[in-house]
Design a protein around this ligand. Structure first.
Ligand code: RP5
Length: 169
């Protein structure tokens, strides 16, 4: 088994439309911060089904360890992706205009038993946490990344404690 090169993407970020990027860029930002190589692509379950098929069925052989899939409205992208690969799919419901992302959330979270999609919060927090979850999974096999994650959590805690001190000052 060959070892993937350091710059080879380990995480795929896909989205149903370029209009989803303002949300999904939160995931990219987190991965950048941890130095995790990723790729990003617009892949629509409805508008580019063949592209989705090609992407999902080659994800594992291309070295991806998980896929963060964000979509809004009738958000079939994460579920359809999960149906065509066994690598973990992390679904991010995008805040839709018509139904405030409830449609996206329900479309992604209500998978039939047998094809799991790990579903995150609607919008920016969901994208951030999907990336942090991806980092956690990768950190299981990567002590350096595990250390970075520990530092990230400690800094976050310190920030909150500091804000409390500032509030009281
Ligand atoms: C979904 O439809 C996309 O994921 C996006 O959230 C939503 C609207 O897409 P656009 O009409 O903005 O391209 O497929």
């Amino acid at each position: 088994m060959s070892t993937p090169a350091a710059t080879q993407p380990l995480v795929g970020i896909i989205m149903g439309s370029s209009s989803d990027w303002p949300t999904l860029q939160n995931a990219a930002h987190v991965l950048d911060g941890f130095g995790v190589p990723y790729e990003k692509k617009v892949v629509s379950a409805h508008r580019t089904p063949q592209l989705l098929y090609d992407y999902a069925t080659t994800a594992s052989e291309r070295g991806l360890k998980c896929i963060i899939a964000g979509a809004g409205g009738a958000a079939h992208l994460p579920g359809m992706t999960a149906s065509m690969t066994t690598i973990p799919v992390l679904g991010v419901p995008v805040l839709s205009r018509a139904l405030s992302g409830m449609d996206s959330l329900y479309s992604i979270v209500q998978m039939p038993g047998g094809i799991p999609v790990a579903t995150f919060a609607i919008g920016d927090a969901g994208a951030t946490n999907a990336a942090l979850f991806a980092v956690s999974m990768l950190a299981n096999e990567n002590p350096e990344l595990a250390e970075k994650l520990k530092t990230f959590r400690e800094r976050q805690t310190q920030k909150v404690l500091q804000s409390q001190q500032e509030l009281e000052a």
